[in-house]
Design a protein around this ligand. Structure first.
Ligand code: PLP
Length: 454
């Protein structure tokens, strides 16, 4: 085999890139990384980048946290792998389930483990289908989500995702419905107040339930703040308006907290930030601070009881992954929860969130081409617009957000282009000087790119 020489060429030759803007990577080559230091990552050429994306939202404790690595090593030495089938599971798995229920908003509950957020959403859908059928409602199979929601990439979680790119796979499957995205700035009518917009979305939900029949709907899934949709917090009063409708029709409410969970919004859970009580929580990403692939379904008291009763009847829940509740993943998650909650990380997000908002707002105010700043905690997006007053986007062919992100990369800052917005979701350990570095590099990149295209 004749291997190409450079890391970039080798990456290109042998790896199929997922979710990658190919024109950018063809022109620039892949960034191949070797290690990290705090919130920075370092590439094969020794270049350092401040990773204002926390890897993929998940490396919340940075890239070289000693305690987390030690917890992993200790568990690899003690008991390096096991499953959670046939009534056996590791002690770490037992302890993590206790911990997750303890830190959840639920009084009691039950936890089921997967290897990813996508699988956790798939698992939740199977739980709902099974549960409803067992209770004599086999028609309750439809799933409600929202446009721009991101719930993953497996066949079911991609069907729940409200993004047009899934059309290339012939998805969504039948029975997956996407309601209007609660993004007032973009989808509000010109003469509509935010409250009226929220009320319209609540009416849409009610009408959808009536049209489809409540007795055909299995559940409603929502991210408290949409993440990969472009950091979209709900419109004012959104969850307070829709929850009563869902409750009235006995439709379980699932909070997909894969991004929001464990401190990203300033509270442990996004549903706490937006003040609603779901029936179950989906967790992943920062659950292990990015050190192990793991997802979890955390059922609240009612769904725990109902699912348990359904399972007792058939004597077994026929579902699970080989590595569900992996002891190393569980040991890391136990440590990650401790690190986030007790080493000042969650506190740092709460304390520095106003500073992050103010810094980004100042950048927006100085720019003619940032139309909206939105976010909460340590998750923010700046939306580029050709014209601030009319909110007119740039011509798609200009790839404005990709250019901004690429220019940031050249300056040593990693941020993510999403639609025409730039997403910033730094690790929770970010310091004030590092935040200033992020602001400076971002603004320089914005200025350079807008000077080129506007
Ligand atoms: C990332 C994400 C998922 C999917 O998680 P994977 O581990 O990538 O499968 C699901 N829901 C939300 C909200 C996410 O951000």
């Amino acid at each position: 085999m004749n291997k190409p020489q450079s890391w970039e060429a080798r990456a290109d030759e042998f790896s199929l890139y997922g979710f990658t803007d190919l024109p950018s990577v063809h022109k620039r080559g892949a960034v191949v990384l070797t290690h990290g230091e705090g919130p920075y990552v370092v590439d094969v050429n020794g270049r350092r980048y401040l990773d204002a994306n926390s890897g993929l939202w998940n490396m919340v404790a940075g890239f070289d946290h000693k305690g987390l690595a030690e917890a992993a090593k200790a568990q690899y030495d003690r008991f390096p792998g096991y499953h959670a089938f046939f009534g056996r599971m590791s002690d770490q798995t037992v302890m993590l389930s206790e911990k997750l229920v303890e830190v959840s908003p639920f009084e009691r509950g039950k936890v089921f483990y997967t290897n990813s957020g996508s699988e956790a959403n798939d698992t939740m859908v199977k739980m709902l289908w099974f549960l409803h059928a067992s209770e004599g409602n086999p028609k309750r199979r439809k799933i409600l989500t929202r446009m721009n929601a991101y719930h993953g990439v497996t066949v079911v979680s991609a069907s729940m995702t409200g993004k047009p790119y899934n059309e290339v796979f012939g998805l969504p499957l039948d029975g997956f419905f996407h309601l209007t995205c609660p993004h007032y700035w973009r989808f509000g009518e010109p003469d509509e107040t935010e409250e009226e917009f929220t009320a319209r979305l609540a009416r849409e939900l009610e009408e959808t339930i009536e049209r489809e029949g409540a007795d055909t709907i299995a559940g409603f899934f929502a991210e408290p703040v949409m993440g990969a949709g472009g950091v979209i917090p709900p419109s004012k009063g959104y969850f307070q308006a829709i929850l009563p409708i869902l409750r009235k029709h006995a439709i379980p409410v699932i909070s997909d907290e894969v991004i929001c969970g464990f401190g990203r919004t300033g509270n442990t859970w996004g549903c706490q930030t937006y003040d609603f009580m779901p029936d179950a929580i989906i967790s992943s990403k920062s659950l292990t601070a990015g050190l192990f692939p793991m997802g979890a379904v955390i059922l609240g008291p009612e769904l725990s009881d109902r699912l348990q009763a359904a399972v007792e009847e058939i004597e077994e829940f026929p579902h699970g992954f080989t590595a569900s509740g992996h002891p190393v993943g569980c040991a890391i998650a136990l440590k990650a929860i401790d690190v986030v909650m007790n080493e000042g990380l969650a506190e740092n997000v709460r304390e520095l969130a106003p500073r992050m908002e103010a810094g980004l707002r100042a950048i927006m105010d100085r720019s003619d081409h940032i139309g909206e700043l939105r976010g909460v905690g340590f998750m923010w997006a700046l939306e580029a617009v050709k014209d601030k007053a009319t909110k007119t986007p740039f011509d798609g062919d200009l790839s404005v957000s990709e250019r901004i992100a690429n220019t940031c990369t050249d300056l040593g800052l990693i941020c993510r282009p999403l639609g025409q917005s730039i997403v910033l979701c730094p690790p929770f350990i970010l310091t004030e000087p590092q935040m200033d570095e992020m602001f400076e590099k971002l603004e320089q990149a914005l200025n350079e790119v807008f000077a080129e295209i506007a």
